[in-house]
Every structure is written in C-alpha cells, then in structure tokens.
Design a protein around this ligand. Structure first.
Ligand code: BGC
Length: 758
C-alpha cells in the first residue's frame, strides 16, 4: 500500500456560507492537561459551525459507461447519489492529520445515475472539530469543508467531470448538533432550509486514496435488562462495555423528544456513573419526525458505554427495543483463544472488546471521555496482542503515516498522533515515542511484510539520532519529560511511578537502537553507525544501571526491562529473575507495575524459570490484578486495575473502564501459555516455535490462528497425569516444537498429536 496521492482535477474544497454558523459566543474554559497540569482558564470567542448538507443537482444527456465518484471532507461526511448512500464507512474520511494528509474515498456509481441526478453530502465536525480535553478548542479547524468529483466516461471516449465548486448548494441539516465527544441532537421534524451557495475553501492537505478498512457496524448486542435506579431512573444494561451506539425502536408521535445518556458503569449508589467521561457528554437527543415506528441512531458520533440512561423517554421502557451496535474498523478476525479456566476466558473476552472499542480508525487510548486519542505508548504495548485477534497490518500502517509525518525536525516524536495543533503540547516520552521502531518491527514479525518497515526506516533513523543527541550523555537518555511506568501502583502516586525514568528511557534507547539495526539488516541498509550506537548504549546502560549484576531500578518494571531488553549478561539473569519473583511474591502477585512493566513482566518471569509465578500473577484475583477487574464485573479491562474496589469507584482522574494497555498480557497467554510464537527466521509464521506451558489451573488452552502463512491450531489439555498436545502446521511452514520433557523437533505441514506425562 503505497499511498496514491491524487489531485482532484476539477473540484475545489467548499464550505458553507456564513449563514451556516451560529452567533459568536464567549466562553471561559479551564481544563486539565493529560499530565495533570491545569491549562489556565481562558476566554474563547468562536463561531459555532452548524452541520451543513451540500448538494449538487445535474442532468445527463447521455448515459455514461462508467461513473466514478471521489469525495472527502475535513470533518466527517456521508455521501448519497440519488438517495443511495455510497459511503465506504461510517466515519469517512477517517482520522488523519488533516493539515497534512486527508484520505478520500472512491466509488463506482454508474448504476445509480439517471437523467436527473443529485449528489448530497451530510456532514458534521467529527474529529477535525472535536473539543479536545474540554479545552474549548477545535482539534484542527473551526469549520467543515468537503470536496467531491464525479468523473463520467462515455462510450465515445469522452469524459465529463462534475466537481464541487461554488455552484453547489448548502442546506441546514436535521443534525442540529453533532460532536465527537458530546453526542448529537437529531431533529427529524426539522425541514431542510437552503442557506445559499457554497464558498470555495482553501486546504493545503494532500489527498490520498483510503486503502485501509473503513469503520463499519459490527456486533449487535440486545439489551440484557432494564434497571430502575434508587432515584427511580430507568437504565438499560447491555451487559457489555463497547464503542458504538444504542439503536432504539420507538412507536411514537412526531415531535416526541428522547434523550439518552451513556456511561460505562454504575456508581456505588446505583446511578449512572459519568464522572470518568470528564467533559464528554455522550448524550443523544432525538426529536421524532413522524408518527409510528422510528428507528433511531446517531450518524457521526459514537459512545463508549454499557449502560444507557433514559433521561427523557416518554414511553414504556422495553429492553427489546434497544440494541447496542458496536462499530470499529473492519479488520479481518484472525485469532481465537480459549482455555479450561472460565475466568481467563472472560479475561480474553475483555481484551477482545478493548480492542474492538479502541480500533476505530486509529488506535485510541479509550473510547468514552474527552480524549480518545492515538497515544503511541498504548498502541505500542498492545500491538502484538492486537495482531493475534485481528489482521491489523494496514490499520497500524496507515496510522504510522501520521506518526511519521509529525516527526519534529530534531527527530523527536510526540506521544500522540494525529497531533492537534490547538491543544496541549504532547511530549516526547520513552516507551511512547519508541512506537516508531517497535510497531514496524512487530508488524514485520507478525506478517512477514517489509513495506511498513521500509516506510518507517528513515523515521526510526532520525528518532535514534535524536536520542543520540538528547540529554547530557551521548549513550544514555537522561532527563526529558517521560510518563515512565505510567499508572504503576508500586509508588505513592501512579501518575509519577516508582521506577527511575532515566533507567526506563535509557533501556528504550537501547531497545530502539537494536530494533533499528534489525530492521536495517532485513532491508539491506547500511546500519554500521546504529550498530555502534546500540553497543555503546548497552555498555553505558550497564555501567550506570547494572550494579553487581542487578538492575539499579529494583522494581517490577526495572527487572522486566533489564531481562526482556537484553541488558543483562546470561549469567546475571537468574539473580535478577529471582529478585523479580521475590518482588512479585512480596506484592502477593498483584499487578503493581504500569504500562511499561505489564507487557513484559510475565515474559521476564516465565522465560527465566519462574513460570509458576507468572501464572500466579495471571490468576491472582486480589485487587489490583487482571482477574481482580472481573470480580467487579469488568467486560473490558480498565485504565487502572484498582478503579473499582469494595468501596465503589475510586474518584481518580484515570478511571476509564476501557483501556487496552493491560490487555498486552494476551501476547504472553498465546506465545507462552499456549506457546505459539512467530520466529524472526521466518516472519509471518513461515517458521514458528511451539513451546507450551501446561498449567493445571487452566486445565487446557488452545488457539486457532489464521496467520499469513496459513491456519495454525495448537492446544494442550491435561488429562489426569498426562498432557495431550495437538498441533496443526500449515503446508509450507516449519514449526520448531519444544514440549516439556521432550527433545526439540522440527515439524513440517500436517496435523500432530502427542501425549506426555505432566
Ligand atoms: C491516556 C493514556 C496515555 C497517557 C499518557 C492518558 O490520558 O489515557 O492511555 O498513554 O495519558 O500517559
């Protein structure tokens, strides 16, 4: 997928005339930045954009043999030809750095045309106009614009182009308001009003054909039950936290008003909990346009929710009238995991739903509050797990283009992409910025495709050059503004965790340099300079941060980094692994580390002789722990595993119930517990290793995984004193098999079964 940059031939960007803006308003806003800083209160003066509908009517004297419609928006849009929706996805044109690159969509509309024709675009602000972090500022711009071009090809070889220009009309919409975070007000009784002709707009962004999958409707979940809260309010419970919207069927009268509020949890007093949404309203208002049956749903906004409060609902509440519609990027499902432990199966389901809820156009941190951003750290730690569940290659690859395009001139990488220029200045942080080396490498290992790596290679080089010059030491990354082992619970404040940030940053410096060398070797580049940087960084790291064979950061994250990033000599590993196991046991195997430690800790344990401690941690149910979240009814993993306790929801800033960071544990489950791991020698599973860890508390475990090299099935099952192992190797694939107590074997395509004592 090399992006095809297209210049529209006759169309220009158009926007609504000034009638499509509400009166200017003055607003004073005070908000908190993501680092907890208070962004000073300030006065905003802005015009509020209505959601224009753009229209072009035209006649055709002759029938075209082919008609191709290209369209896009800076905002969000749905396009109709003669009343038929021809949009690719629900949230076109998708979320990119609109100032630099905007995707467009292309559709063959030949069969829809007749003598008299109409092209209509329904629009809203979407991401481009979103009020990020409640700061009262638009993410990119303060108005919506669209572009469209219909190319008509006739039998006689001629071609005619109808492009958006100032002859297109602009109407008011039944979408009275539509906000990414706040929800929509839809008035079906409102008559469209002609606002005038459109005005040409200027946008310098390059247009690229969208090649990745669009956002689409996915699972439909019927309401589970109706809850009457202690204060007498009615809440519909769907039994699953997700991203999307509630579809409601009502038998009502024109003019009836319905207001629905969405939330992820109920608070201790049994009412809808919305504090964790921060300033996001997640509210849908509908005004019916006709008597009788009406099916209601939003157009351009989605909510992160499990519960819907019927704030205004002038009917009997029947759960049968409510369906939760999940939406996410239409990726191909590739992996299924199951085991003999019902709680671990539920944990898996939580992680799967975390991914579904946050893979909407870009990898977001969470789907509910006024944030929903492409945080690089979250995306990086979850990448391998994500690649088990779904084919995420073009999803990540497209998003990485924005990560790349926003690299600063000194090579540094901000912590979110797409980056917004109007809001909080996101910093360069270790483990977040390193997504530029880690994700392309992971994608290569998982899919065996070098194209993303090739595209990202110059970015990686500039990034490692930046690390080389950052801070006072050439081969260490000291100082800087890092998130560290973000949200670890091993210190007094999870937002300022215990593990030394210089230690973490320097460990990532080494890791990124090493991955850059590996990528360069695969791509046949000259990486001598970076090989030298890597060995110098490793040396400097060891001199400064390894004392008597042990990491100076004596925390879970510190030990895990040292063990997993190759920063210890072989003979030093047992000592650090023992210390790590002791720390874990000291915490009673609870999950005390944060975003940096959690993806690595079980690997660090099980790969160094502490398999039992790894399972103890995985299976721990005491808060904070993975399974501890399930005790409080989690159906998606949370941002902090201690958010809900016996005393109710903790009043904390990071109380999202749908963050996938801790779902990074899935890759350990599939790669170590089940034991299937792609090999660097045959990326894309052309060669893979099978090294299972049968565990009585799981009873059995297996995966069914559609790799790019074919379907792999692997499972083990404990039957009495015996373990039965089964493996399906696709044709043309080589599996290196290490079963407990057996000699290593190499197996080619075929179905295998083995029995061995437990
Ligand atoms: C996000 C995280 C993110 C973090 C940076 C938070 O607000 O939700 O997931 O990685 O900020 O530390």
């Amino acid at each position: 997928m090399t992006e095809k940059q297209i210049v529209f031939q006759k169309a220009c960007w158009i926007k609504a005339p000034s009638e499509a803006f509400k009166e200017e308003k003055e607003e004073t806003v005070t908000a908190e930045g993501t680092g907890g800083e208070v962004v000073a209160g300030r006065s905003e003066s802005e015009k509020e954009q209505l959601n224009p509908v753009f229209r072009k009517c035209f006649s055709l004297q002759k029938t075209p043999v082919r008609a191709v419609l290209r369209s896009s928006a800076c905002g969000i849009y749905r396009i109709f030809v003669n009343g038929s929706c021809v949009s690719h996805g629900l949230l076109d044109p998708g979320f990119t750095d609109y100032e630099k690159r905007i995707q467009f969509q292309e559709k063959d509309v030949t069969d829809l045309l007749s003598e008299e024709n109409e092209i209509r675009l329904l629009t809203a602000g979407g991401w481009a106009l979103a009020n990020l972090l409640g700061q009262g500022k638009h993410f990119f711009r303060d108005h919506i614009s669209v572009i469209a071009e219909l190319s008509l090809f006739f039998e006689d070889g001629t071609c005619e182009i109808i492009g958006s220009d100032e002859s297109w009309e602009c109407f008011s919409s039944f979408l009275i308001s539509s906000s990414h975070y706040d929800g929509e007000v839809i008035d079906y009784s409102a008559e469209p009003e002609l606002l005038g002709c459109t005005v040409a707009d200027h946008l310098e962004s390059n247009l690229f054909l969208q090649e990745k999958e669009p956002v689409a409707r996915q699972e439909r979940i019927p309401a589970e039950k109706l809850i009457i809260t202690p204060s007498g309010k009615r809440i519909i419970d769907f039994g699953q936290n997700l991203s999307g919207f509630a579809e409601v069927r009502v038998n009502g009268k024109r003019g009836d008003r319905i207001v629905l509020r969405h939330g992820e949890a109920l608070s201790g007093d049994g009412e809808l909990y919305t504090k964790n949404l921060r300033t996001a309203k997640q509210q849908m208002t509908y005004i019916l346009g006709k008597d009788g049956m009406n099916i209601l749903h939003p157009y351009f906004s989605y909510q992160g929710f499990r519960f819907v409060l019927l704030e205004e609902y002038p009917y009997q509440a029947d759960p049968a009238d409510f369906t939760a519609q999940a939406i996410y990027t239409d990726m191909k499902r590739t992996g299924i995991f199951s085991c003999g432990n019902e709680k671990i199966d539920r944990l898996y389901s939580c992680i799967l739903w975390n991914q579904r809820s946050n893979f909407i156009e870009i990898p977001t941190d969470c789907p509910q509050r006024d944030e929903r951003l492409g945080w690089l750290g979250d995306a990086e730690v979850f990448c391998r797990s994500a690649a088990f569940n779904y084919d995420v290659y073009s999803f990540y690859r497209t998003w990485l283009k924005d990560v790349a395009s926003e690299q600063l001139s000194d090579g540094s990488i901000r912590a979110i992409a797409p980056f917004n220029r109007n809001g909080y200045p996101f910093r360069t942080s270790a483990a977040w910025a390193d997504a530029v080396t880690i994700i392309p490498w992971e994608l290569y290992i998982q899919y065996g495709d070098t194209s993303c790596m090739e595209e990202m290679f110059p970015v990686m080089c500039r990034y490692v050059d930046y690390l080389h010059s950052a801070g006072p030491e050439e081969y260490l990354w000291l100082s800087g503004n890092h998130y560290g082992d973000w949200l670890a619970l091993d210190g007094p404040d999870p937002r300022h965790p215990l593990t030394d940030k210089d230690f973490i940053a320097s460990a990532y410096y080494a890791h990124s340099a090493e991955l850059l060398v590996k990528c360069g070797n695969v791509l046949g580049k000259d990486v001598r300079k970076y090989k030298n940087i890597y060995s110098e960084v490793r040396k400097a790291f060891r001199e400064r941060f390894i004392k008597e064979g042990l990491p100076t950061a004596m925390t879970e994250a510190g030990c895990a980094l040292a063990l997993c990033f190759g920063l210890l000599e072989e003979e030093e590993k047992p000592k650090t692994a023992r210390k790590l196991a002791e720390i874990c046991e000291g915490y009673k195997n609870r999950l005390m580390c944060g975003v940096v430690g959690a993806p690595l800790i079980l690997y660090a344990l099980s790969e160094n002789g502490y398999e039992k401690t790894a399972f103890d941690m995985l299976l721990c149910e005491e808060t904070p722990s993975w399974l501890g979240m399930l005790r409080f009814g989690a159906t998606t993993l949370w941002e902090r595993p201690d958010t809900f306790t016996e005393e109710g929801i903790k009043d904390i800033r990071n109380a999202s119930f749908n963050h996938y960071m801790f779902g990074s544990v899935l890759s350990w489950i599939t790669e170590c517990a089940v034991g299937i791991k792609a090999s660097e020698d045959g990326p894309g599973y052309r060669i893979f290793e099978w090294k299972p860890l049968p565990e009585e508390r799981l009873g059995k475990a297996g995966i069914d995984f559609l790799s790019r090299a074919g379907r792999i099935k692997a499972s083990w099952e404990i039957r009495g004193k015996e373990v039965i192992y089964s493996l399906k190797v696709p044709g043309g694939v080589l599996a290196g098999v290490c079963l407990p107590g057996k000699e290593r074997m190499e197996l080619e395509g075929g179905d295998y079964s083995f029995a061995a004592p437990l």
